[in-house]
Design a protein around this ligand. Structure first.
Ligand SMILES: Cc1cc2nc3c(=O)[nH]c(=O)nc-3n(C[C@H](O)[C@H](O)[C@H](O)COP(=O)(O)OP(=O)(O)OC[C@H]3O[C@@H](n4cnc5c(N)ncnc54)[C@H](O)[C@@H]3O)c2cc1C
Ligand SMILES: NC(=O)c1ccc[n+]([C@@H]2O[C@H](COP(=O)([O-])OP(=O)(O)OC[C@H]3O[C@@H](n4cnc5c(N)ncnc54)[C@H](O)[C@@H]3O)[C@@H](O)[C@H]2O)c1
Length: 448
């Protein structure tokens, strides 16, 4: 029997890697993890968490205006980006400390450096140290996809957005997905003039089109500009630091910041996958089976690096299932059906299950219920912004197969309703539930 330094070596201390490492250790394994940047990974350090804190900050912009209609005279207001940025980064430091502590409390050895697979069961750290492990877990996440054209080096990605020295006055965002729409809302509420440049004509392609259309309408009313079917030709830096952007399909623009939000690619460069023959897919993603095992018997991969579903709760589940399967003799897989999700745009979008189009294709006979309403808070505030909820029902079984919402707090509302859809409840079950009045969520039990 070979003797290894560790039972498990995890590369990457993000959402998936931290969960897998601490659970494997709790199951009795001797575990080490390498992290090249900061323990916590994308979600905690430069993703979901700091992003949501900025979203909270951004909400004040409209609340402070709306306050007047609710009787409050607030006087002149101003926004201090550096104060918010430093508060957020301070909390990120706190969370980074907590994640490190969790690993240490579980006796996981942490190497704060880059790791690479250099041979069978062998990992080499940036410092040159070589260690061996019975199992290797690759949990290296994904990195922003950057566009390549003359001057593209002047653009930033979401990684840099959290550290900006100043709030730019004019921001151009490339892409029409999650990050583009979330940051368009954030920058806009903080006073920047924002435009989105999208190569196609559809925002948030995986979402119900009626909702992305509603977000587009609301965003345009707020003053966010959209350039559809448009691509980048070049960026030139002007003497005053501003950026001259040449576009294909639209007029040139001068802005202070260009941000790429054009997807995230699996983080596989320089990992040594070829050395041990780990199979990869079209964009480099690591191919795994339902137990997150690669074609190499002792190497597993979880999270964004496998490009299954790029969401933190999914990476965490995959990490947990891996640790239970390999170190607790309790084979577990992740069920990818009915994963709820949200876009923290202004207002937010949330969804679970099939869109109307998907349901029609898969089930044929469906019923669609819809509520298009103006939330009470918006009515009082004099804000002409409507919410839209859609419910998709399988006509044959009466099962609710999809719920789609845009409106205030829709992400918070969705979490509870996702349980009902996951459990396979019917429209009749929804109808039998007494409403909580007055709420926005009650719309979903009152759909006729
Ligand atoms: C701006 C933004 C907002 C997001 N918002 C949300 C959200 O609201 N909700 C949601 O569910 N998801 C959100 N996501 C997605 C979420 O962050 C990811 O799905 C999640 O972090 C994936 O976890 P992971 O463990 O696969 O990888 P990660 O959390 O990315 O962790 C991978 C870690 O591996 C490290 N690493 C990489 N290579 C090496 C190496 N060779 N050696 C050592 N270490 C290495 C990296 O530094 C990183 O810390 C967001 C992402 C971004 C970018
Ligand atoms: N609220 C959340 O849960 C949340 C928030 C942010 C990010 N995320 C995760 O992170 C991932 C990455 O976010 P994202 O917004 O970068 O990706 P995305 O996949 O949501 O959107 C990418 C956008 O870039 C465009 N695009 C892709 N390649 C392009 C190219 N070569 N030229 C021009 N445009 C191009 C696409 O058409 C699309 O509009 C998401 O898929 C999501 O899983 C989740």
């Amino acid at each position: 029997m070979a003797d290894y330094d560790f039972d498990l070596f995890t590369i990457g201390a993000g959402s998936g890697g931290v969960r897998a490492s601490r659970v494997a250790s709790a199951h009795g394994a001797k575990v080490a993890v390498a992290e090249e940047y900061r323990v916590g990974g994308t979600c905690v350090i430069r993703g979901c968490v700091p992003k949501k804190m900025l979203v909270y900050g951004a909400h004040f912009a409209e609340d402070l205006v709306d306050a007047k209609q609710f009787g409050w005279d607030i006087g002149e207001t101003s926004f201090d980006w550096k104060r918010l940025r430093d508060t957020v980064l301070g909390d990120v430091d706190r969370l980074n400390g907590l994640y490190t502590e969790t690993l240490e409390n579980h006796d996981v050895t942490i190497f704060n450096e880059r790791a690479e697979i250099t041979g069978d069961h062998e990992i080499t750290l940036a410092s040159g140290k070589v260690v061996t492990a019975k199992y290797i877990l690759i949990a290296t996440g994904a990195e922003p996809a950057v566009l390549n054209f003359p001057g593209s080096e002047h653009a930033i990605t979401s990684n840099e957005a959290f550290h900006l020295d100043e709030m730019p006055k004019r921001v151009m965002i490339a892409g029409g997905g999650y990050i583009a729409n979330e940051f368009a809302g954030i920058f806009h509420e903080f006073g920047a003039k924002v435009c989105i440049v999208n190569r196609g004509d559809q925002l948030l392609r995986s979402y119900e089109p009626a909702l992305s259309d509603r977000l587009l309408k609301i965003s345009m009313t707020k003053g966010i500009n959209f350039h559809f079917n448009t691509t980048f030709k070049s960026i030139t830096k002007n003497d005053d630091g501003s950026l001259h952007v040449e576009l294909n399909g639209d007029d040139d623009q001068t802005v202070d910041c260009v941000m790429f939000a054009t997807g995230r690619n699996p983080n596989v460069k320089g990992l040594g996958l070829e050395t041990v023959g780990v199979e990869q897919g079209k964009i480099g993603e690591i191919l795994v089976d339902e137990y997150s095992k690669t074609n190499v018997d002792y190497i597993y991969a979880v999270g964004d690096v496998t490009n299954r579903v790029q969401l933190t709760p999914v990476a965490i589940r995959e990490g947990q299932a891996f640790a239970d399967t390999v170190f607790n003799n309790d084979p577990k897989t992740v069920n990818y059906d009915h994963i709820p999700s949200a876009v923290f745009s202004h207002p937010p979008i949330s969804a679970v299950g099939l869109t109307e189009g998907e349901a029609r294709n898969q089930l044929g006979n469906i019923k669609v219920y819809q509520s298009d309403f103006r939330p009470m808070k918006n009515v009082v505030a004099g804000r002409n912004e409507r919410g839209l909820y859609k419910m998709i029902v399988d006509a044959a079984t009466d099962k609710v197969v999809g719920i789609h919402m845009i409106g205030p707090e829709s992400a918070e509302i969705m979490q509870g309703f996702a349980v009902a859809v996951k459990a396979g409840l019917t429209k009749a079950d929804f109808d039998a539930t007494v409403a909580i009045h007055p709420t926005m969520a009650e719309e979903l039990v009152l759909l006729k």
